[in-house]
Ligand binder design. Structure first.
Ligand SMILES: CC(C)=CCC/C(C)=C/CC/C(C)=C/C=C/C(C)=C/C=C/C=C(C)/C=C/C=C(C)/C=C/C=C(C)/C=C/CC(C)(C)O
Ligand SMILES: C[S@@+](CC[C@H](N)C(=O)[O-])C[C@H]1O[C@@H](n2cnc3c(N)ncnc32)[C@H](O)[C@@H]1O
Length: 360
């Protein structure tokens, strides 16, 4: 059978003559320029990210948070030749993180927001690992590399992989710092009203439960995570801490709601299916499950989640950024009902799904 060719608009976009014609039509010229700009951002995105990493590592944004500085002062403090620092600062201005006025560099609102979003600076700093993993993207996608990122998250190799308290503390800090926005968006999407006892499985050192406790005082809370991780959990009123592995141990019973925040996308379908079955067993009839994590856009690909998180979780080796429909299918297969996808206001922060154990 003959393959159908591309549609007419794609064929036109592939014709240099069409490009020339569009350039001569004012309304369409704007469209073509916007498309060119968007294409250039895709081509050059990796340089933007590396310029940001240099600004972070050289503490340029942090130093400007205390007030404006000259190029030479910033160059001296960062041990970078002034003429090279001028180029980095100009790129930071183009990214709208800084601005130049009256001979001095100032932080912009975007630069200030960058420093203020909890965990964002630490996230950018750990991107050096992912960047190295993607240095040969062809070999990476062929599965011919051993990505370093998997070693940053040692639990992907099983609970025993995360027995080292120092390694667990390093990844738990990154997760705790970046939990603020995730908890805020999750609790905006899902009401815990009517819940008596929430168990957060894979809850790290309890950052999500602390956010829950602030909004729902009096709620009973259980934190379940690996022993090396919960060792770093701070005490909280009404909190029971349970050390264990959801891959090897049954989940404790007693909670009428279980949450899995940024947990499923670390694991294979087989591990997720077993975890959901275990959650179903631990819940009472009518008990609720809450899943919250960045999700693939599925039929409507999302530039944040289907590029960044999908490739990030692939580099972890066992992970997969699933769409809400894929998670819903795993939930239905495990026996959950009343499955409700709740698209997040910031898909790059999180989206949620709730489900219920059948009441009968
Ligand atoms: C005119 C007016 C009134 C306003 C104009 C706008 C203005 C002046 C704004 C400035 C002030 C302001 C309020 C800004 C707010 C900005 C915010 C809230 C920005 C938030 C940005 C969040 C970002 C970029 C989040 C990034 C998250 C990342 C990179 C997460 C990575 C997570 C990973 C790698 C997780 C890994 C977990 C694993 C291993 C996969 O399980
Ligand atoms: C990406 S972190 C998310 C932490 C937290 N829920 C958050 O959003 O900040 C995944 C968590 O799952 C935990 N985890 C991984 N494998 C586990 C297992 N087999 N049993 C229990 N917890 C596990 C990790 O220790 C880690 O705390």
């Amino acid at each position: 059978m003959r393959r159908p060719g591309p549609g007419w608009l794609v064929r036109a976009a592939m014709s240099p003559r069409f490009h020339a014609v569009i350039e001569r039509i004012p309304g369409l010229r704007l469209k073509s320029r916007a498309e060119g700009r968007a294409l250039f951002d895709v081509v050059s995105g990796f340089v933007q990210s590396q310029a940001l990493l240099a600004l972070v590592e050289l503490r340029v944004l942090n130093r400007l948070a205390d007030g404006p500085l000259s190029t030479s002062a910033l160059a001296l403090g960062a041990d970078v030749p002034p003429e090279r620092m001028a180029i980095l600062l100009q790129s930071g201005a183009a990214l709208k993180l800084l601005r130049h006025a009256r001979g001095l560099w100032h932080l912009t609102p975007r630069g200030g927001a960058f420093l203020t979003v909890p965990g964002l600076e630490a996230m950018v700093r750990h991107h050096d690992v992912l960047y190295r993993d993607l240095s040969d993207p062809v070999a990476f996608f062929r599965g011919q590399t051993q990505p370093e990122l998997a070693r940053f998250w040692p639990y992907v190799f099983g609970a025993g992989g995360a027995a080292d308290p120092a390694l667990a503390a390093r990844y738990s800090r990154l997760m705790t710092d970046s939990q603020g926005l995730v908890a805020a968006d999750t609790l905006r999407l899902v009401s815990l009203g009517g819940t008596n006892h929430l168990m957060d499985v894979g809850g790290g050192t309890g950052a999500f439960l602390r956010a829950v406790a602030a909004e729902y005082p009096g709620l009973r809370l259980t934190l379940f995570d690996l022993p090396a991780v919960v060792a770093g959990a701070a005490p909280l009123p009404n909190l029971t801490v349970h050390a264990g592995s959801f891959r090897d141990d049954p989940l404790p019973e007693g909670a009428d709601m279980i949450s899995l925040i940024r947990v499923l996308y670390d694991h294979t379908d087989a591990t997720v299916a077993a975890l959901l079955a275990s959650a179903l067993r631990a819940l009472p009839p009518g008990g609720r499950l809450l899943i919250s994590e960045p999700m693939s856009g599925g039929a409507v690909p999302d530039p944040a989640t289907d590029v960044y998180f999908a490739i990030y979780t692939l580099a972890m080796q066992t992970g997969r950024t699933r769409s809400a429909a894929e998670i819903a299918a795993l939930l239905a297969a495990a026996g959950f009902t009343a499955i409700r996808p709740l698209p997040g206001p910031r898909p790059y922060v999180t989206s949620a799904i709730t489900a219920q154990k059948p009441a009968g």
